[in-house]
Design a protein around this ligand. Structure first.
Ligand code: PLP
Ligand code: ZN
Length: 501
């Protein structure tokens, strides 16, 4: 829609201007650092950073109702850079000029209500917000759009040239990094490090297809991460892991969208998020905190973090109820179908601890909870979800299993409406579905397929009848015979009743 057609009272703010004062803030020593250089950890104490807007309070000068109107009308703008996560520009990229924003179709993923079969099974109203419907088929695109927009702005203002972007990945970060990096060719080249045989074939094909340099490393993600950190410490590279605080900023858009999806009324809403490196749950909490502080939402939704029993360091930390006695311990992971979250030493753990405290304090009660689920439940519930119209990945299955666990633990009751994060597209993890259907899971997963959930293709090839072969067409009579025999066999398999005519 053209600018002149917007209501007069929001016309001057509908297209955001550069604003705000962003700084990296160390969560440990609380020092602030300039964003003109690429920093991943505090130069003084080595801790992780978050990006803070030193001038955040200006956003409170606009009333909540006015923000609602601005965000709702922004849906109608046809400005490329503002079509995705930067609809919320003031909250996640305010210092970036609109012309520098990179948009590849990320964000505004659909929130799909579960059908009546599933809702009756679970006994609660719930939705999947499908982040698999992002351009590289995972939520990582949200963070990458933000991180690459920032790098783009450094390039366009002459502060940076010839960037080598690098990341370690459980599969989806590298897919997103390679996609966004390739869009900014020739200024950016991308190199990704993957744990050998620990990403799915689809995930491996993505950075290869985008033209990135792909390295496979022995071990698991945690080992790759150490190598990438050594590279980022010693060489001129742009680190694109969620250690990079710009990634967190972009991923906050998930919370802004949920707020808007519920018309900014988040009373009795709960959001369930799978945890791996713990960047995403940090972002989800931080997004809601910012909207709450700006008066855009009046309630902080309940947050439930889910982990598999094969990769559960965050869950274990919070199992200790007395905060004084909590002590973080990295764990050794076991094979998990929630493979993108198969991380034993999450980089963002200090961020989680910091933001959970803040979230609970602002909520005036304990409002962030953690649950653990089994590999068996993850697979069973992923398949059940998808047999009822969803396209949930294994992590989406993990969230549904987590919902059931949270109800059992009385963290959620049926007054809640629940949003499950399907963090990637089901197709990325089709191999685990195959293992389930064919009952071929290696013992280490501990998964036994349920017969009623299995599915397999049936080959129908009628005997004693010629069948079509490419390049060797059948005669019309023989082809007719083939069609009749095949259709009769299928009708018999499906127990179809014959039409009376
Ligand atoms: C990265 C990823 C996760 C884990 O997110 P973190 O930010 O590392 O906690 C979960 N699911 C999918 C599909 C992912 O790609
Ligand atoms: Zn510090």
């Amino acid at each position: 829609m053209e600018l002149a057609a917007f209501p007069e009272d929001i016309r001057d703010v509908i297209i955001p201007e550069k604003s705000g004062v962003y700084e990296y803030q160390c969560l440990n020593c609380h020092k602030n650092w300039d964003i003109e250089s690429l920093l991943y950890t505090c130069p003084d104490c080595g801790h992780v950073l978050m990006i803070e807007d030193q001038n955040f309070d200006r956003l409170k000068n606009i009333s909540g109702a006015r923000w609602h109107k601005i965000f709702n009308y922004r849906k109608l703008l046809n400005i490329q850079g503002l079509k995705g996560i930067f609809r919320y520009h003031e909250f996640l990229g305010a210092v970036l000029p609109v012309d520098d924003l990179v948009y590849l179709g990320e964000g505004h993923t659909p929130m799909i209500e579960a059908n009546s079969v599933l809702q009756e099974m679970i006994g609660i109203r719930f939705y999947y917000k499908n982040d698999g419907q992002n351009p590289s088929a995972s939520f990582k695109d949200r963070g990458m759009a933000c991180a690459l927009s920032y790098i783009n702005s450094l390039i366009r203002s002459g502060k940076l040239s010839e960037v080598l972007a690098i990341c370690a990945s459980t599969g989806d970060t590298s897919a997103a990094a390679a996609l966004y990096g390739s869009y900014l060719a020739p200024h950016i080249k991308t190199a990704v490090l993957l744990p050998h045989k620990k990403v799915t074939p689809q995930q491996l094909s993505q950075p290869l297809g985008s033209g990135a340099k792909v390295f496979e490393i022995p071990g698991v993600f945690d080992d790759c991460m150490k190598v990438v950190e050594a590279l980022a410490d010693q060489y001129h590279v742009a680190l694109l892991n969620s250690k990079n605080a710009w990634r967190i900023l972009g991923q906050e858009s998930y919370s802004y969208e949920i707020s808007q999806d519920f018309d900014f009324d988040l009373r009795s809403v709960a959001v369930i998020v799978p945890i791996g490196n713990a960047g995403n749950i940090t972002a989800v909490m931080n997004g809601f905190i910012k909207f709450f502080n700006a008066g855009i939402i009046d309630h902080l939704p309940r947050i439930i973090g889910v982990q598999s029993h094969h990769a559960d360091p965050v869950f274990k930390y919070y199992q200790q109820k007395d905060p004084q006695n909590r002590k973080f311990q990295a764990i050794t992971v076991k094979p998990s179908v929630a493979q993108a979250a198969m991380i034993g030493n999450p980089v963002s753990m200090p961020r989680v601890i910091n933001r959970v405290n803040q979230y609970d304090r602002l909520s005036g009660k304990e409002n962030v909870f953690f649950v653990q689920v089994t590999e068996q439940d993850i697979m069973d519930w992923q398949i059940r979800a998808n047999q009822n119209g969803h396209i949930a990945c294994t992590h989406g299955g993990e969230c549904l299993a987590g919902l059931i666990q949270a109800i059992k633990n009385k963290m959620i009751d049926n007054h809640y409406q629940v949003v499950l994060d399907s963090t990637a597209h089901a197709l990325k993890f089709a191999g685990f579905q195959d293992l389930y259907f064919q009952d071929c899971f290696p013992d280490a997963f501990g998964i036994t397929p349920k017969d009623e959930l299995k599915n397999y293709p049936e080959l129908i090839s009628p005997e004693n009848t010629p069948v079509p072969i490419p390049g060797q067409p059948l005669s019309p009579e023989k082809f007719q015979q083939f069609v009749e025999k095949t259709s009769t066999e299928i009708a018999s398999c499906l127990q179809l009743k014959k039409r009376i005519s």
